[in-house]
Design a protein around this ligand. Sequence first.
Ligand code: GLU
Length: 491
Amino acid sequence: MPASPPPVVTRFAPSPTGELHVGGARTALFSWAYARRHGGQFLLRFEDTDQKRSSKQAEQNILRDLHWLGLTGDNEGEGIPRQSERLDLYHAALAKLKDAGHTYEDNGAVRFKMGQDVSFTDAVYGDVTVPGADLEDFVIQKADGFPTFHLAVVVDDADMHVTHVIRGQEHLANTPKHAALYDALGKPRPVWCHTPSIMNPDGSKMSKRDKAKAARKAAQDATLSQVQDVDQADLAAFLSKDNDSNDIAAAIATQLGLQLPEINVADFQHSGYTPAVLLNYLALLGWNPGDDVERFDLDFLAQHFDFDRIGKSNSKFDRDKLAAFSQDTILKLSPEQWATNLQAHFKDRFPAYVEKLGANFPVFAAAYQERSKTLNDPSVLGRFFVEAPTQYNAKAVKKNLNKNEGEGLKNLQSLRDLLAQQTDWTAQPLHAVIDGAWEALGGKNMGALAQPLRVALTGAAVSPEIGPTLEILGQTETLARIDACLLHCGS
Ligand code: GLU
């Protein structure tokens, strides 16, 4: 009887040198899905052999973002292995390779001898053969005694019984080295699956440096010479491309009111995308389930994901499509679910709204469900709740206040007097006040009353229901905004 194949084991092995970016998240997603699909294991490992650039903080942030996406490693319970804590294993492998005559010393480093042609099969790119003449001997242990990525990744994957290595195609060129190491160590090679790169719409590779690039360009366009909280020398270095600091990029963006491109998973969360939407979109970058199916969840992916539908060509990251997915998802939520999701996001991102809106949060949420593409949008559309308007939309003023010899302004003044006398400042009675005033006007045109009030409160003619809006703003604030509007628009 033929031996049954070993159980599927995949892994995601980030280097904890920065935030989890979308390319890494997609690799993790595919690895997770492949393991689930085949009833196998999905493992995590931190590749921290570059000690200078690695940090525990980065590890924590990567884990935080994976968990936010709903991806957990099956080995998290027993502790995620770190390469820096497994040096004995690499030294043992090195000794074995040395004994078998595969290595030689070179300036304190140890090199692995190549020479033979290497062939391997990639699940996406097919059969690859690299002639020995094109393969250089490569370093497997640095002069500082640390293994290089090549040795560590092979030793670890073999030790963790990884059967399928799924990773970005930038590693395809490393794979002949890895194949040769497996062979020399007498370990069975895994299946390799390299995934195509994720590109910006302009054809450049989507990279963590894109934020710095965008900020640098904006700073140069605006001839910015000083940025708050940024040291002059650091800024100069940033502007002359000596560093790509994301902190400086963020400070420039704040100063210029600029939105930097989202690159990391945390950026998308910050911009108000939900994990479900981001995962769905990421899965479609390079893979599709066929039959024109586009919208699906993690369970679907766990049932359908396979290598045969991963394309070879690079995929473009289309932000409009992501936003359309997001809007479509928001529209399908029940008002209760939308309000709950929104409130959770706002608590974290825009706590001032949650405080101000109190029990009326669902009213606020309902007002913006149809017009929101992200969980952030209501913070822009409904900003007037936490900030009085500083200007008034000219069209709205003309139409709602100035037209018919200032009819709207007159109505606004009468309404102000009524509201000033109001003692019960809650939605229902406030609504009744406006209804009453409307009837007093002959009950002809509700717009001639509610719209001027909206302009005064918001600066434009759009707001949620007027009763709750008044209640949320409170009497003092409402009267102050009406007065400011009468003063500003009434001349
Ligand atoms: N630590 C490597 C990286 O972040 C992982 C390479 C691999 O998956 O083999 O690119």
